[in-house]
Design a protein around this ligand. Structure first.
Ligand code: 5GP
Ligand code: MG
Length: 178
């Protein structure tokens, strides 16, 4: 595994308390929208671990947590995705919210959503922690529960990694490299 260069610099973008406030707001909306529903949260590993863990404890409704893992094939063109765990999802006829860490080109979220749709959930909505703006060729998929919009730069922390580093940081940081 490649370590981050020692000269890499972390610049704070979103603090722990800003994230907490936004989660509280979105969780209230989800609570209101999913009363009396059969709520399933499907989180995309690994990046969505922090947002999902914090959000599910604020929603205040019974829910079923399920996971998929989105993996890019190494050495192939960008966008070639392998989604693990679709086979074992139990979502047919249920009310699903797909939770992901970041919306960059939008390819991952739309590909995972399309595969979940094939399992015929009663409803399917999306919750995304960070949406990048000004991304060339970004897919226009509706995000039902967005938390933050950020500039088009590489970020880490709060579940997001750079070569498996920095996921444990409590806030979001730009990773600046010369
Ligand atoms: P997509 O381009 O398909 O929307 O995003 C693909 C995946 O790339 C995301 O789910 C995320 O795992 C990763 N990704 C995109 N932008 C960033 C970023 O700024 N930082 C990190 N750590 N991962 C990113
Ligand atoms: Mg991801």
């Amino acid at each position: 595994m490649m370590a981050a260069p020692s000269h890499a610099k972390l610049l704070p973008l979103i603090t722990k308390s800003e994230i907490k406030a936004q989660i509280t707001k979105i969780a209230k909306e989800i609570h209101r929208d999913y009363l009396e529903k059969d709520l399933v949260l499907v989180m995309v590993l690994k990046g969505a671990i922090c947002i999902t863990a914090d959000l599910m404890r604020e929603i205040g409704l019974p829910l079923d947590l399920q996971v998929v893992q989105a993996k890019s094939y190494d050495g192939m063109e960008r966008g070639k995705l392998n989604v693990l765990g679709i086979d074992t999802l139990n979502v047919t006829g249920r009310d699903v919210i797909l939770v992901d860490d970041i919306y960059d080109t939008g390819y991952t979220l739309s590909a995972v959503a399309a595969q979940i749709s094939e399992k015929k959930p009663a409803s399917l909505k999306t919750c995304v922690h960070l949406q990048k703006k000004d991304v060339k060729g970004q897919k226009k998929v509706k995000i039902d529960y967005p938390l933050f919009t950020i500039p088009n730069s590489f970020v880490v922390g709060y579940g997001l990694d750079y070569n498996e580093q920095y996921r444990e940081l409590p806030g979001i940081f730009f990773l600046e490299q010369p």
